[in-house]
Design a protein around this ligand. Sequence first.
Ligand SMILES: *[C@@H]1O[C@H](CO)[C@@H](O)[C@H](O)[C@H]1NC(C)=O
Ligand SMILES: *[C@@H]1O[C@H](CO)[C@@H](O)[C@H](O)[C@H]1NC(C)=O
Ligand SMILES: *[C@@H]1O[C@H](CO)[C@@H](O)[C@H](O)[C@H]1NC(C)=O
Ligand SMILES: *[C@@H]1O[C@H](CO)[C@@H](O)[C@H](O)[C@H]1NC(C)=O
Ligand SMILES: *[C@@H]1O[C@H](CO)[C@@H](O)[C@H](O)[C@H]1NC(C)=O
Ligand SMILES: *[C@@H]1O[C@H](CO)[C@@H](O)[C@H](O)[C@H]1NC(C)=O
Ligand SMILES: *[C@@H]1O[C@H](CO)[C@@H](O)[C@H](O)[C@H]1NC(C)=O
Ligand SMILES: *[C@@H]1O[C@H](CO)[C@@H](O)[C@H](O)[C@H]1NC(C)=O
Ligand SMILES: *[C@@H]1O[C@H](CO)[C@@H](O)[C@H](O)[C@H]1NC(C)=O
Ligand SMILES: *[C@@H]1O[C@H](CO)[C@@H](O)[C@H](O)[C@H]1NC(C)=O
Ligand SMILES: *[C@@H]1O[C@H](CO)[C@@H](O)[C@H](O)[C@H]1NC(C)=O
Ligand SMILES: *[C@@H]1O[C@H](CO)[C@@H](O)[C@H](O)[C@H]1NC(C)=O
Length: 400
Amino acid sequence: MERYAHLFISFSLLFSFLNYSLFVDKSMASPFQLNHDQLNIMVNLSKSLSPYSMSEWNTTDPSPCLWERVTCSAGPSTVVTGLSLSYLGLSTGANVSDFISILCRLDTLQYLDFSLNYRTTIPDSFFSNCTGLSRLKSLNLSYNDLGGPVRNFSSFMSLETLDLFHNYLKGTVETQLSSLSKLKSLNLSSNLLMGTIPKLVIDGRKVAAFEELVLSENQFNGTIPSEIFEYENLTVLDLSTNSLSGTIPEKIGMLSNLNALDLSSNQLTGKIPATLSNISTLFRFAAYGNNLTGNIPSITKFLSSLDLSYNNLGGEIPSDLLASPNLEYVDLSHNRLGGAIPTNLSIGLLNLQLGGNLLSGIIPTSIGKLSKLDYLDSWISLRMHCMASYQRRLVIFMNW
Ligand SMILES: *[C@@H]1O[C@H](CO)[C@@H](O)[C@H](O)[C@H]1NC(C)=O
Ligand SMILES: *[C@@H]1O[C@H](CO)[C@@H](O)[C@H](O)[C@H]1NC(C)=O
Ligand SMILES: *[C@@H]1O[C@H](CO)[C@@H](O)[C@H](O)[C@H]1NC(C)=O
Ligand SMILES: *[C@@H]1O[C@H](CO)[C@@H](O)[C@H](O)[C@H]1NC(C)=O
Ligand SMILES: *[C@@H]1O[C@H](CO)[C@@H](O)[C@H](O)[C@H]1NC(C)=O
Ligand SMILES: *[C@@H]1O[C@H](CO)[C@@H](O)[C@H](O)[C@H]1NC(C)=O
Ligand SMILES: *[C@@H]1O[C@H](CO)[C@@H](O)[C@H](O)[C@H]1NC(C)=O
Ligand SMILES: *[C@@H]1O[C@H](CO)[C@@H](O)[C@H](O)[C@H]1NC(C)=O
Ligand SMILES: *[C@@H]1O[C@H](CO)[C@@H](O)[C@H](O)[C@H]1NC(C)=O
Ligand SMILES: *[C@@H]1O[C@H](CO)[C@@H](O)[C@H](O)[C@H]1NC(C)=O
Ligand SMILES: *[C@@H]1O[C@H](CO)[C@@H](O)[C@H](O)[C@H]1NC(C)=O
Ligand SMILES: *[C@@H]1O[C@H](CO)[C@@H](O)[C@H](O)[C@H]1NC(C)=O
């Protein structure tokens, strides 16, 4: 249900964006004249798609650059550079092989969005024989039904972005993607992939140029590979909801450009590395649902969101952990934290969850000053020794 709503929103955004960019394009359009070859390809493409819901392609308009979902380059020689063929409503078992074989001749294409065509079978010839798309930089195949193993993408050697989210992909990831040396953003999330995290360095060579690596919601196991730390440009690393074991390496602090790190819902053990506190760009760190132990280090100097719930963390909450002015969301619930709640609390806190621990002592009056707070978990689950005067205040907190 949640995902559905999310989808809907990204959709509306996508479409408003598309409309906007088309509007801009059209307003400055004058010739937009494709050469003979490109024009033929586009006309043939529209024919191959006409059985599906492509009625929005007004093919009587002589310039395909003015059709919806089509982007062309400006400049002296106009060519088609982008196609957004998301959510075409292709029906079950639709045979797109004609469409694919025409598409693969569009050798100027840099951007192809073929997401959300749920039940379409994309023929293997797309992967094995689409040499025409060697200039493609961005390929979005999310929410399709590719099934089978991750294919060999070696003919798409210019790819910088590859989105394979939610495709029922199975098996292991070996070298299928290792010729994509320009790849910056890879999303393999929400598939059925297993084995170890795909190899990131082969024969001393980094296989890609990763900035965003999203491998969540699969069955990857083994440890977090140390090769990951050679990708100094990583901004997003999401390994959540897999079966990873072992510890979180200290070297994670070397990823000095990281914005978001999600290691949640694995079987990680050991301590949370204090080196995380050195990443000044990191605003979100989540590692809930593991078996992390030890004290929580003071890692919140730069964070705005921290979720370490459902682990085995012990000791006391460091006195400065909840104080950083950037902090908005903190969930430390369901650990073995003891001692008192720190009194120095960030005024920016929107959400604070500490339930299911072994905390004791009084509730700090500073909580009353958190004017932005709109979620505070049930303090009853905290083993608080509350004084009567605080109890009245408590009720107020819980009603916020
Ligand atoms: C377009 O389709 C026609 C008729 O099927 C075919 O003769 C022609 O070669 C095709 N052109 C291109 C550029 O695909
Ligand atoms: C299709 O394009 C033609 C030529 O530009 C134009 O005259 C016609 O109004 C368009 N039809 C629609 C439904 O937009
Ligand atoms: C799809 O169409 C191609 C060519 O039109 C044909 O060769 C192939 O057998 C068709 N596949 C299916 C599954 O119908
Ligand atoms: C590969 O693509 C070429 C050109 O697009 C086409 O002529 C050929 O039939 C295709 N081969 C296979 C095995 O699909
Ligand atoms: C791919 O398409 C989906 C659905 O339209 C969208 O949510 C996602 O952000 C796109 N991926 C990239 C890398 O833009
Ligand atoms: C992928 O395809 C390329 C070129 O066809 C080939 O050299 C390479 O061995 C293939 N890799 C895998 C894993 O099949
Ligand atoms: C996959 O991950 C990339 C990189 O973070 C992101 O841009 C894209 O939106 C994600 N795709 C979907 C369908 O969520
Ligand atoms: C990081 O980005 C810089 C600048 O774009 C580039 O020179 C370097 O090769 C990148 N590193 C990796 C591991 O991709
Ligand atoms: C990872 O999973 C594979 C396949 O299920 C299994 O053979 C292998 O032993 C597992 N490795 C680890 C380290 O758990
Ligand atoms: C953070 O970086 C500084 C400078 O590189 C280093 O001296 C310090 O030990 C690091 N702190 C942690 C907790 O890694
Ligand atoms: C978590 O780790 C502790 C000790 O490190 C161990 O005793 C416990 O069984 C582990 N729990 C789970 C659910 O793996
Ligand atoms: C509370 O934390 C903030 C931010 O770390 C710090 O500037 C301030 O001095 C602390 N106040 C007290 C009373 O410790």
